[in-house]
Write a protein that binds this ligand. Structure first.
Ligand SMILES: NC(=O)c1ccc[n+]([C@@H]2O[C@H](COP(=O)([O-])OP(=O)(O)OC[C@H]3O[C@@H](n4cnc5c(N)ncnc54)[C@H](OP(=O)(O)O)[C@@H]3O)[C@@H](O)[C@H]2O)c1
Length: 249
């Protein structure tokens, strides 16, 4: 599905990002797999995935909040590739804190990592896409950005901003053949959930019609749909991947 497409995926070393690398490689994309810091284990894993799918995957290292490092990384891409067809803005962090306890530093951090980094990445990548008059941007948001929950002021606001900004991107970039969409996961079994209390997990599962957490692969397959030409007339949309907890709102 992604043969001859070049994709950039952030947060590629674990969780939903790594699953997206695997699903994209299964579909023959050439991938720039972005992680915050160098790791031999990560590079070995990428090589294994590339070999078993006969495709090319290259690691790229930068913190998504470091604009200079991001620019450097894209200079490296630019030396080797004339095009970027797909951007998956996946890197993110969770912040859980009650409204009155949330410091401005926590707010700033959540906005920088989860929201501003996505804008920055999309601005850089869309310049490549504009030249080629095509491209697909998939921003990973969250159901937390759609429905308010206690303790969600920082994380939820950052993800609501992603949802809003994606609509703006779709409006302004459509004339260049560029689509921009969101995927909003619910409870997905990744490191992000490993420190959540049992009663929180139980409550969420109880409210979920499918009564189980989702897997990273299930989110990655939705990202694949939006990244590929299978969704060629879809832009400015948000697909919720939450086992039905959001009740289709
Ligand atoms: N899991 C869920 O239930 C769920 C639900 C809704 C939305 N999401 C969203 O899905 C996306 C992926 O989350 P996940 O569940 O796969 O979480 P995860 O396993 O915790 O992975 C987060 C990824 O983001 C990277 N990252 C965080 N801050 C970064 C920074 N400043 N610079 C570069 N990379 C950074 C991490 O890199 P390091 O390894 O270096 O930390 C890691 O690769 C996030 O945007 C998250 O908000 C997840």
């Amino acid at each position: 599905m992604l043969k001859q497409k070049v994709a950039v995926i952030t947060g590629a070393n674990r969780g939903i990002g790594l699953a997206t690398v695997e699903v994209f490689a299964n579909n023959r994309a050439t991938i720039w797999a972005c992680a915050r810091s160098q790791s031999d284990e990560f590079e070995k894993k990428l090589q294994e995935i590339a070999n078993s799918n006969s495709t090319i995957i290259k690691p790229l290292y930068f913190d998504v909040t470091d604009q200079q490092a991001m620019k450097e990384a894209f200079r490296q891409i630019g030396k080797e590739s004339k095009r970027i067809d797909i951007l998956v803005n996946n890197a993110g962090m969770s912040v859980e804190c009650l409204f009155n306890m949330t410091s401005m530093d926590m707010m700033r951090k959540a906005m920088e990592v989860n929201f501003l980094s996505q804008i920055n990445m999309a601005q850089i990548v869309s310049r490549y896409m504009i030249k080629n008059k095509s491209g697909s941007i998939v921003n990973v948001a969250s159901v937390a950005g759609m429905e308010a929950e206690e303790g969600g002021i920082a994380y939820g606001s950052s993800k609501a901003s992603v949802l809003f900004a994606t609509k703006t991107m779709s409006l302004e970039l459509g004339k260049y053949g560029i689509r921009a969409n969101c995927v909003s996961p619910g409870f997905i079994e990744t490191d992000m959930w490993k420190n959540r209390k049992d009663d929180v997990r139980a409550k969420v599962l109880n409210e979920t019609p499918l009564h189980r957490p989702g897997s990273s692969k299930e989110v990655a397959q939705t990202i694949l749909f939006l990244a590929s030409d299978m969704s060629s007339f879809i832009t400015g949309q948000n697909i919720v991947v939450d086992g039905g907890r959001n009740k289709g709102r």
